[in-house]
Design a protein around this ligand. Structure first.
Ligand code: NAP
Length: 243
């Protein structure tokens, strides 16, 4: 079969590798945000499609059997556009979306609708570990009375203000390292999306162990689509083995 995987996640890479190893013709699509991305097996195309009509045309030209949305749960625009374009192209569509994390027993979790709201809510004088990506980082300079440790895979285009320190790193992260990092920087608050990834889960457990308050930004609502929550389920569904 010929499949398009909308990627940019570890799960998307793993799924692409598994499908290639089962003999399928797989194209993975990346947005092109990361300069040096980890690439899956199979073909890779990089860059936006230019909206729903162009994505629909691309799907029809390439004659895919399946479109698999394995983007990050917060990449809502791509997910919704892909769902619509696949529908318009009459193509089978499946979303792979890991369940979100649930709070560990000792955790102190506070929910926020946006990263900006979470940044604004850090109490004056406190020290937050920001792991929510590049979005809303311009907000940090409005909080000069707080310190922010910002962890990213790549440096932000416009730098960070004086009250923030950049830490460049790539998952996976280990619990003992996350605990050591939060201790070293005397972190009081963690700002994170609820990605549900096992590769980045350690910060959640570290925060709970250290009684660091976790500001958790809620997932966006996505268009209704058939959704599976693991690579094994995705493979079973695609191969027609799922109940
Ligand atoms: P987004 O806001 O949902 O998408 C914005 C636009 O970027 C889309 O309309 C599309 O452009 C293009 N795009 C996004 N994902 C694409 C893909 N896989 N292939 C081709 N074009 C894509 O996306 P985002 O939140 O910026 O995320 C961008 C990428 O980073 C995604 O692949 C996602 O899986 C990955 N990622 C995101 C997060 C996160 O927290 N959002 C975290 C880790 C990884 P056109 O309209 O021109 O087609």
């Amino acid at each position: 079969m010929k499949l398009l995987i909308l990627g940019g996640t570890g799960d998307a890479r793993e799924l692409a590798n598994a499908l290639v190893n089962s003999g399928h013709d797989v194209t993975s699509s990346l947005a092109g945000r990361t300069l040096d991305p980890l690439l899956p097996q199979g073909s890779v195309r990089i860059g936006g499609f230019g909206g729903v009509p162009r994505l629909r045309s691309y799907l029809l030209e390439e004659k895919f059997d399946w479109v698999i949305d394995a983007t990050h749960p917060y990449a809502a625009d791509m997910s919704n556009q892909a769902c619509l374009a696949a529908e318009l192209a009459g193509m089978r569509f499946l979303r792979l979306e890991r369940p979100g994390w649930t709070a560990p027993a000792e955790a102190i979790w506070v929910g926020f609708p946006t990263i900006a709201a979470a940044i604004d809510a850090v109490p004056p004088g406190y020290r937050a570990f920001v792991t929510s990506g590049h979005e809303s980082l311009d907000r940090l300079e409005r909080r000069p009375e707080c310190f922010f440790l910002v962890r990213l895979i790549e440096a932000p285009e416009h730098g960070l203000p004086d009250n923030a320190q950049l830490l460049l790193a790539r998952p996976p992260y280990r619990l003992k390292d996350e605990i050591a990092l939060m201790r070293e920087y005397e972190i009081s608050h963690l700002i994170t999306k609820n990605s549900g990834s096992t590769q980045t889960r350690a910060k959640i457990d570290a925060a709970a162990a250290l009684h660091v308050v976790t500001y958790i930004v809620g997932r966006p609502k996505l268009a209704f689509a058939k959704t599976v929550t693991s690579i094994a389920q995705a493979l079973a569904y695609i191969h027609g083995d799922a109940a």
